[in-house]
Ligand binder design. Structure first.
Ligand code: NDP
Length: 336
């Protein structure tokens, strides 16, 4: 099997040398185990956090261990009565071409129902994140203005489209004109703005003449700074991700301390700012699967996947994700 391990912890921005490709032979299966051949590996921003040795909601990857990750795999051999060779499963096998599982946590996928890659994207964890953040925290109402950042990505694209279904006016923020065109032309966003533009804050203000009622936060940084003055009274801010800050080495930022201004706004505008990890809403997953399946078949929820070939290309693709090089849900095709 080929596997990619964490060779060293990054200091700031990760580099290719933080990863190492290894080959080893797969051991024999014990009773109750299955051998999984990885077909697709999901690359997600949370993996940046697992590379650090910091206290978080999840354990870091140990140095020398296989990088963590969600996968779609095929059962190659089975010593477990619940699975037979050929079954396709959603697993968490990490960055490796083969893995052994005792069956715990494996979820069978039906390739007839939906393309199997969607289990890593629109019908999987990222799609559910969008749904859960909106349903429980953002709660967009008809006529309200919702802004979402990293809007062409796995989570953001679903956020914008679901908010449209709820009747909101949707403003998407993305990097570059190609992504912005896609948001408007393919996904039906009302406005799309390039956060690399020099007058980005002014463009955002012009796009939100009635202020912002829901800001789905995926980014932080300069995007948050542009959004913050536009927030309306009673605005809701699901804090889903802060990708602009994942490479920071210090928790204290340089520059002016914004906390007093933010706290004052929270008080005066009665803001709701709430962080969440999608897992805490796991009991809503069946509702989501049902609902998202229906929206997709009705053509109201579209998705775009960015598929990279070859496990050996996973590190480079992952580094690109942290710089906006992906266009859609980033997935590695591990086996043809
Ligand atoms: P995406 O598919 O959106 O890919 C990441 C995107 O982030 C890039 O394409 C880029 O888009 C944008 N980006 C990267 N670096 C920066 C930067 N420095 N400043 C501004 N934008 C940047 O990833 P996901 O949809 O998988 O994840 C989106 C967010 O949701 C992440 O913050 C992630 O951590 C979070 N998340 C949280 C979960 C939870 O349970 N709380 C679960 C899943 C995801 P562009 O080119 O448009 O700038």
């Amino acid at each position: 099997t080929t596997r990619i391990v964490l060779a060293s912890r990054p200091s700031g921005k990760p580099v290719a040398a933080n990863f190492r490709l290894e080959r080893e032979t797969v051991r024999d299966l014990a009773e109750g185990e299955v051998l999984l051949k990885t077909l697709y590996l999901s690359l997600d921003p949370y993996m940046r956090g697992r590379m650090d040795d910091a206290k978080s909601y999840a354990k870091p990857v140990e140095i020398g261990s296989v990088m963590e990750g969600g996968t779609v795999a095929q059962v190659a051999r089975s010593h477990n009565t619940a699975f037979k060779a050929g079954d396709i499963v959603l697993s968490h096998s990490g960055w490796q071409s083969y893995s052994i599982s005792d069956g715990t946590g494996l979820q069978k996928l039906d390739p007839e129902t939906a393309p199997i890659t969607t289990a890593l994207g629109i019908l999987g964890m990222p799609g559910f994140t969008a749904y859960a953040g909106l349903r429980n925290i953002g709660k967009p109402k008809a006529g309200e203005t919702l802004v979402v950042a990293a809007a062409s990505g796995a989570v953001g694209s679903a956020v914008g489209q679901i908010a449209k279904i709820y009747g909101a006016r949707v403003v998407g923020i993305a990097g570059g004109s190609k992504k912005c065109d896609h948001l408007r032309q393919e996904l039906g966003f009302d406005v799309a703005i390039d956060h690399h533009s020099s007058d980005f804050p002014a463009q955002l203000a012009a796009a939100c003449p009635n202020g912002i009622d829901v800001y789905f936060e995926n980014v932080g940084g300069h995007v948050w700074s542009a959004v913050f003055p536009l927030l309306n009274d009673f605005a809701r801010i699901p804090v889903c991700g802060l990708i602009a800050h994942y490479n920071e080495t210090s928790s204290v930022s340089s520059g002016r301390d914004q906390l007093p201004a933010v706290m004052r706004a929270i008080l005066r505008k009665s803001l709701t700012i709430r962080g969440f990890i999608q897992r805490e809403f796991a009991d809503q997953r069946p509702d989501f699967s049902h609902q998202a399946g229906a929206w997709i078949s009705e053509g109201r929820l579209k998705y775009k996947e960015d598929i990279v070939d070859g496990l050996e290309n996973a590190p480079e693709a992952f580094l690109g994700l942290l710089e906006g090089k992906n266009f859609g849900k980033l997935i590695v095709r591990v086996a043809p």
